[in-house]
Design a protein around this ligand. Structure first.
Ligand SMILES: Nc1nc2c(ncn2[C@@H]2O[C@H](COP(=O)(O)OP(=O)(O)O)[C@@H](O)[C@H]2O)c(=O)[nH]1
Ligand SMILES: [Mg+2]
Length: 225
């Protein structure tokens, strides 16, 4: 049962800088989004734990990368990384620049990164900052190295017509990124109404558990450099 898998998420460590993040052999899935997009709530809902990711009443507070381990206790098979929220107006310019650097570095070079879950408030849609973030990962999404899932959060606040419009405009932008090799998804998500929760758990589970086809496994491996 895939929801059981996300329920195993447990806190591993926290780091204020990329170089302090432990290296991982396990596939890592990063959770990103604007402050207040519902990122902490989404992580807690997937994990079915009230305070795993700290849902802050003061947006813009958490500037750390928090790592969670997922899978059997003695044999974790994935890491979830909760990245700092962005776009909080009251944050000083230096903090914004610092954030940009952390995100660009992390999304551009983190070797074990295999998936990105972008949380977007369904009433706002993709903002300029979200699009900027997507640009950081676009090269690795295009070649299939990183999978992408966009959650249109707080969908309980939309009626059917508004929800369709939110999905449609997000899809229009994602279509400019997607290629034959890429693995790109978008879904409505509500922590309140539990909309999309099982679907998201299934997608993340598949990202981590699907093995490459046999032909790929059998392909000659280039000598290590
Ligand atoms: N109606 C509704 N509100 C939500 C939902 N998810 C989060 N929120 C609210 O949105 C605000 C920001 O949530 P939070 O998870 O702290 O956002 P973060 O800053 O992205 O981590 C809080 O007041 C949440 O209660 C949802 O699915 N439905
Ligand atoms: Mg948060």
């Amino acid at each position: 049962m895939v929801l059981g898998w996300t329920h195993t998420a447990r806190f591993l460590t926290t780091a204020s800088e990329l170089i302090h993040l432990p290296a991982s052999e396990l596939p890592e899935i990063a959770f990103v989004g604007r402050s207040n997009a519902g990122k902490s709530t989404a992580i807690n809902t997937l994990a079915q734990q009230k305070r795993l990711a700290f849902a802050s009443k003061t947006p813009g507070r958490t500037q750390h990368i928090n790592l969670f381990e997922v899978g059997p206790k003695d044999a974790a098979n994935a890491w979830f990384a909760d990245l700092p929220g962005y776009g909080y107006a009251a944050v000083a310019r230096t903090a914004k620049l610092r954030w940009q650097k952390v995100m660009a570095d992390y999304l551009g070079v983190r070797r074990s990164l295999s998936g990105v879950v972008l949380m977007v408030d369904s009433r706002l849609g993709l903002t300029d900052l979200d699009k900027q973030l997507l640009e950081f990962v676009t090269p690795r999404v295009r070649n299939g190295e990183i999978k992408l899932l966009v959650l249109l959060t707080k969908s309980d606040k939309l009626n059917r017509k508004e929800a369709d419009a939110a999905l449609y405009s997000t899809l229009a932008h994602l279509n400019t990124i997607a290629t034959a090799e890429s693995d790109v998804w978008v879904t409505l998500f509500s922590a309140l109404k539990k909309q999309g929760v099982a679907d998201v758990a299934a997608i993340l589970h598949e990202w981590v558990h699907v093995r490459p086809p046999v032909a790929e496994l059998a392909a000659p491996v280039a000598p290590a450099v």
